[in-house]
Design a protein around this ligand. Structure first.
Ligand code: TXA
Ligand code: MG
Length: 320
């Protein structure tokens, strides 16, 4: 049974054309793909992930020209970003075409589009001959998968197949920039940093996370409780009381800590390396028999912004 889940790109594309759902590698994290124009496939994605349908999906394309299959408009600044950073870890939220099913966008008038750089992702999209809706291939609110093994652990038996493309090179979900309003807004930080965006198109507003008091939900997936391991994790939060005996320390660089490092995201303090390791190490520590995961502070600049965003969401609010 186990090995029947592994697929080659050709089988994956055939399955996708027939309305099935297949986990595919991308440079950011693995995605759970389905034909963006097939409502049954979209429903299967939500069901397999146990994801509420108010959380819209990202549609993946394999050429710049395919934007017009899903978006009604392509504003100048969005086009400038696409020309600079596509294919790559950037998602653009654009006015949607009417033909895109409401289930893909949770009935929003906008659609999220990404052109991934991973060669297997591109091959599968081309062979499937349709844009592919693909959220991260994890159960709702769980850690995103950066290896095919992570996907199998969470979704085997719930999906039609997995294409193994090894470990994801970026390691966190794509940067999301929205053009749904007048000014471009950064909805989710990622490997295309705020500084890189601003250098390309000038001012970009940083949207507040959805659970911030008084702000409405701009990106329904930006819940504060996203990306949580099962083991309580503390990041930048004060510890009231003693550390449990079985505490793991996820270190960064050469910082001194109350415990020796259990794993180090990057001994040299390199943010690219740390990002690529983040979810894999969180998965690994979550699998270990720990009562608490303590994470070292990471500088909140450049790519560190994405790491801080994911760690803040992964951090327990009430452990002690
Ligand atoms: O790197 C990635 O983006 C990965 C890979 C597989 O491409 N995908 C991914 O998908 O992270 P997912 O579903 O885990 O996250 C999609 C995010 C959600 O936070 C969702 O709310 C937001 O995109 N989103 C989708 N459509 C949107 C829209 N029309 N307006 C605002 N936010 C949107
Ligand atoms: Mg996700």
């Amino acid at each position: 049974m186990e090995n029947q889940i592994w697929m080659q790109p050709e089988d994956a594309a055939r399955t996708l054309r027939a309305g099935g759902i297949v986990a595919i590698p991308t440079e950011t994290v693995y995605g759970l793909a389905g034909d963006a124009f097939n409502e049954l496939a979209l429903a299967k994605i939500f069901n397999a992930k146990k994801r509420p349908t108010f959380d819209p999906l990202i549609l993946h394309i394999a050429s710049l020209a395919d934007v017009e299959k899903v978006a009604r408009e392509f504003p100048l600044k969005a086009r400038m970003l696409a020309e600079k950073f596509w294919p790559g870890p950037l998602t653009l939220v654009l006015p949607k075409r009417e033909s895109v099913p409401d289930l893909a966008t949770s009935s929003l008038p906008s659609v999220a589009v990404r052109f991934p750089v991973h060669p297997l992702a591109q091959e599968i999209i081309r062979l499937a001959e349709t844009p592919l809706a693909a959220p991260s291939a994890n159960l709702f609110k769980h850690l995103s998968p950066t290896t095919a093994q992570h996907v199998a652990e969470q979704l085997a038996g719930r999906i039609d197949g997995i294409v193994d493309g090894g470990m994801c090179s970026v390691g966190v979900e794509s940067t999301i920039v929205s053009f749904a309003q007048e000014e471009p807004r950064l909805l989710r930080p990622g490997a295309i940093t705020l500084e890189m965006l601003q250098e390309c198109i000038g001012e970009v507003i940083v949207a507040k996370s959805s659970s911030s008091p008084g702000s409405s939900m701009e990106s329904p997936g930006m819940l504060d409780t996203h990306y949580q391991p099962r083991t309580p994790l503390l990041y930048k939060s004060t510890l009231n009381g003693n550390l449990p005996v079985k505490t793991a320390r996820l270190a960064f660089g050469k910082q001194l800590g109350v415990l020796p490092p259990t794993l180090n995201l990057s001994e040299s303090g390199n943010l690219i390396e740390a990002t690529a390791n983040l979810y894999a190490y969180m998965h690994q520590l979550d699998e270990g028999d720990y009562d608490l995961i303590l994470v070292d502070e990471i500088p909140s600049e450049g790519l560190g912004r994405a790491l801080n965003d994911r760690l803040r969401r992964a951090s327990s609010k009430k452990f002690f």
